[in-house]
Design a protein around this ligand. Structure first.
Ligand SMILES: Nc1nc(=O)c2c([nH]1)NC[C@@H]1CN(c3ccc(C(=O)N[C@@H](CCC(=O)O)C(=O)O)cc3)C=[N+]21
Length: 298
């Protein structure tokens, strides 16, 4: 059996096109561009790359990008003061504070300082609560992208057994809520889970985001499963390589022999993340201006 390789880039391109149209209409109606502010503290090179691609995507779709780079030793009060300035700035519709933050900072307090109406990561206490309560809200980009991919592929996935590997606030936890809302039977696995292969053998849908390269082996997966791999792990460079290969949390080549469909790394789930961030930004912009969103295909 040969599996379908889910094309995250194609999905992202379609979404970007719809967002781009809405961004143009927003500018015409609001008399300003929708704006996204990204705050990066410290100098992690991988985070640098993400922040740059976010900025480029924002401008390419006709929105305004505000990027703030703060030194690694920025004090808590300064970071919170910056978030509060962005909360009060009417040209900013979305605020993303790149995570993880340097250890001396209180991440929970920084997140809680973000205005929930500008929280394009969906991780403020208000938005996390809204998600659990089934209220309309902004939702973390990667899990929302995974759900959109599943909806495209399956339509209705009521009653399916879903296993989520990883329980982070940006991925595993919101993913569980989204799949629960789609009437899946949801199991969350994590580093203390005793029998991961045993759980995965029952799973119709597997969503992985633990950051352990190729942790999940092909023969752990149920024949015909759908696998969404949110892991982005860079292996050590081999001889003659400048950079190591990127791999997911699932042993991709092995999985191909077992599953119905799987997302590759790169080009899968991760490739949708920034497009969904653009989606969340334009949705926040319309709401913050009190405008009706003309397109419900977002
Ligand atoms: N507050 C916050 N929100 C985030 O959403 C957030 C964050 N912090 N911290 C870091 C992670 C990581 N992240 C990605 C963004 C783009 C790709 C992406 O474009 N991936 C492509 C390219 C991968 C590559 O070549 O490096 C792919 O998977 O095909 C992946 C991962 C957002 N994150």
């Amino acid at each position: 059996m040969s599996a379908t390789i889910i094309d995250g880039k194609a999905f992202a391109a379609g979404l970007r096109e719809r967002v781009g149209k809405l961004a143009g209409e927003f500018e015409a109606k609001a008399g300003r561009k929708a704006g996204l502010a990204v705050v990066l503290v410290g100098e992690d090179p991988a985070s640098e790359v993400y922040v740059r691609s976010k900025g480029k995507a924002t401008v390419a779709l006709g929105m305004e990008s505000f990027e703030y780079r703060l030194p690694a030793d920025t004090p808590q009060e300064e970071l919170v003061a910056m978030v509060e300035r962005l909360n009060a700035d009417p040209s900013v519709d979305g605020i993303l504070v790149q995570l993880p933050l340097p250890k001396h900072l209180d991440e929970k307090a920084v997140i809680a300082a973000v205005d929930p109406d500008k929280d394009v990561d969906g991780i403020t206490p208000t938005n996390a609560g809204r998600l659990v309560l089934g209220m309309d809200t902004l939702v973390s980009c990667t899990p929302l992208g995974c759900t959109m991919i599943l909806k495209d592929m399956l339509g209705d996935f009521s009653g399916m057994d879903a296993v989520i590997v990883g329980r982070s606030i940006l991925f595993g936890k919101p993913m569980a809520q989204l799949l629960l809302a789609e009437n899946c039977t949801v199991t969350m696995a994590h580093s203390r889970t005793r029998d991961l292969p045993g759980l995965l053998r029952r799973a119709d849908i597997v969503v992985a985001a633990v950051g352990v390269p190729e942790l999940i082996r092909g023969d752990w997966l149920k024949p015909g499963a759908i696998v969404l791999d949110g892991g982005i792990n860079r292996l050590e460079a081999g001889p003659g390589e400048a950079k190591g290969r990127l791999v997911g949390d699932v042993a991709f080549d092995e999985a191909l022999d077992h599953v119905k469909a799987i997302t590759p790394v790169p080009g899968g789930v991760g490739a949708t993340t920034i497009a969904v961030l653009m989606r969340n930004t334009i949705v926040a912009a319309y709401r913050n201006e009190g405008l009706d969103l003309p397109d419900d295909t977002l």
